[in-house]
Design a protein around this ligand. Structure first.
Ligand code: UDP
Ligand code: MG
Length: 338
């Protein structure tokens, strides 16, 4: 048994942090685990991951990103005894899962990196398969949900519609059931870290970077404890980030809609003129007018709203604020020598 050591170093916020060098001494495998209020499951997750990693490869590390938890997640990680070195990054507040993943990827030093949730939903036996496929030459091996039976009918329909919209006119295809749970080669991680955008929709970016990818179907488990962090509001926000980052047709379609409406109004004008000529002077219909005003105001507001969504993202990118800030960067040495 080796005494536990804590090497505490603080990292100042870097506007554009880059991935660390992964030299010949780099671990074979890094596990990146984003955790936000996961006190009920984090200890079990780390125990299982350490056990699994030690069985799979010679050298590995765990990078836990505490995404501004307000429960005991942080204390449980720092005070625990783990079989592997655990690097704990505490973000200065809750920045969302996408940013937590990026923080983890930028600090993982492994030759390959596995992203895993902290809620025990993703069985670790799939990491074996991912590693096998990786060794066969795939650069990304990612999990897709084998089914969505655990989700409500409405959520399934909304997800399907979202991915249909997302894939319209997109240069890459973003699969609907893909998870963040995946194994990626160092090349892929470096490519993701080098992308400059800070509004990130990871499932789109994984597809965008390309590389030899393979999907493996996974059966998810129910959460080991706690509750989902992605309720309607968070899903909506993530959905808007995805749409604005990967589509431009919602911006462009207004030209077409405008042209169609203009043509229709010309025909309607001609029809009214003809009717007046044939049947004499008609009493102007205020209801037609009222409906037209409401309709066109609605259309205009909608198009301005869409414009606003894109502009908001452009504004946020122009400000150049980093996607996350790291408040603490602690490495907890393994409790026993391998
Ligand atoms: N998560 C995070 N920051 C957030 C929300 C979630 O780091 O703002 C983490 C969370 O702790 C978990 C993973 O992302 O490890 C997936 O979250 P969750 O299980 O709530 O999502 P679901 O499985 O319900 O889609
Ligand atoms: Mg979950």
């Amino acid at each position: 048994m080796m005494g536990r050591m804590q090497d505490i170093s603080r990292e100042t916020a870097n506007m554009r942090p880059r991935a660390l060098d992964s030299g010949p001494l780099a671990p074979d495998l890094s596990f990146v685990i984003p955790a936000y209020n996961e006190a009920e499951t984090i200890a079990e997750t780390l125990t299982r991951v350490s056990r699994k990693a030690r069985r799979l490869v010679l050298h590995s590390e765990i990078v836990v990103v505490d995404d501004g938890s307000s429960d005991e997640t942080l204390e449980l990680v720092t005070s625990g005894q783990w079989d592997l070195p655990v690097r704990l990054l505490r973000l200065s507040r809750n920045f969302g899962k996408e940013q937590a993943i990026m923080a983890g990827l930028r600090h993982a030093t492994g030759k390959a990196v596995v992203i895993l949730d902290a809620d025990l939903q993703e069985p670790l036996r799939y990491v074996d398969t991912m590693l096998e496929r990786y060794r066969e030459g795939y650069e990304i091996v990612y999990a897709v949900r084998a089914h969505r039976d655990d989700e409500s009918w409405l959520k399934r329909r909304c997800t399907a519609a979202f991915y249909r919209f997302l894939n319209i006119g997109s240069e890459v295809s973003m699969p609907a059931g893909a998870r963040d749970f995946r194994l990626m080669d160092r090349k892929v991680v470096d490519a993701l870290c080098a992308l400059p955008e800070s509004n990130r929709f990871m499932k789109g970016l994984y597809a965008w970077v390309g590389f030899r990818s393979l999907a493996i179907p996974v059966e998810l488990q129910p959460r080991g404890g706690g509750s989902t962090k992605f309720r309607f509001r968070e899903l909506l926000r993530l959905g808007m980030t995805g749409l604005t980052a990967f589509t431009d047709w919602p911006l462009r379609m207004w030209t077409g809609i405008g042209m169609i409406l203009a043509m229709l109004s010309i025909f309607y004008g001609l029809f009214l003129a003809g009717r007046t000529l044939l049947l004499g002077h008609a009493v102007p219909g205020w209801s037609t007018l009222a409906v037209a005003i409401f309709f066109f105001s609605g259309i205009q507001l909608m198009s301005i709203g869409v414009l606003g969504e894109y502009l908001a993202r452009v504004f946020s990118e122009v400000k150049g604020r980093p996607g996350y800030l790291i408040a603490e960067d602690v490495t907890i040495a393994a409790s026993s020598e391998c």
